[in-house]
Design a protein around this ligand. Structure first.
Ligand code: IMP
Ligand code: MG
Length: 193
């Protein structure tokens, strides 16, 4: 499906080459995921750990479809420095609350790439006393080079190993406000060669 992004005020790193997941596809899948999560957690109280900043948009849409008693705890883990497109070792910029005792935690992130961010968060949540920790991401990136990156419990879409932006996902801090998920031109041109 091809669709042009709405004109955006500043695109410092190039245009979006093509839409990979449209806003309509996202909305449908988020509703399905929410249904799945609701049926699993029925009768329980949930603590959603939202991984800033990328998972903000996804989490905002997801939680409005979860008719459960829930609380939200924000966390931030740095994965990149500057404009690199491969994660560097994760470091908390905003730590988890120290006390998650006996809580059922659902970690929500935008994308599962190397799995490093998720692994750190799961370990920290159990370390803070969580009773149960599950992992939810919107996108699961295909990384056949990483046999041992772990798993997630809920995901929206499997995508190829390309650098994507939009719907919360950024490149160097930009593009998070785009309503669809797309591949940056600079990256798409790289893989055309
Ligand atoms: P992981 O720790 O390698 O699984 O990386 C996950 C984190 O890297 C996510 O929380 C994203 O912030 C970021 N990330 C990985 N791939 C992309 C991408 O294609 N676009 C934007 N951010 C990405
Ligand atoms: Mg992130």
């Amino acid at each position: 499906m091809t669709r042009n992004f709405q004109p955006t005020p500043s695109l410092p790193h190039g245009r979006v080459h093509h839409v990979l997941v449209s806003r309509e596809q996202i909305a449908r899948r988020v509703a399905e995921l929410a249904g799945e999560i609701t049926s699993v957690y029925e009768g329980r109280e949930l603590t959603i750990v939202v991984v800033l900043t990328g998972a903000l948009t996804f989490t905002a849409d997801l939680i409005r479809r979860l008719p459960l008693p829930l609380r939200i705890e924000p966390v931030a883990v740095s994965s990149y420095t500057g404009e690199a497109t491969r994660p560097k070792k994760g470091e908390f910029r905003l730590p988890l609350p120290e006390e998650l005792r006996n809580r059922d935690v659902l970690i929500v992130d935008d994308i599962f790439d190397s799995g490093q961010t998720m692994a750190i968060l799961v370990e920290s949540a159990y370390g803070a006393g969580a009773r149960d920790v599950k992992r939810c991401v919107l996108l699961r990136k295909d990384r056949p080079d990483l046999a041992d990156r772990g798993e997630v419990d809920y995901f929206g879409f499997d995508i190829p190993d390309e650098f994507v932006v939009g719907y919360g996902l950024d490149f160097n801090g930009y593009y998070r406000n785009l309503p669809d998920i797309g591949v940056l031109q600079i990256h798409a041109e790289d893989s055309d060669q």
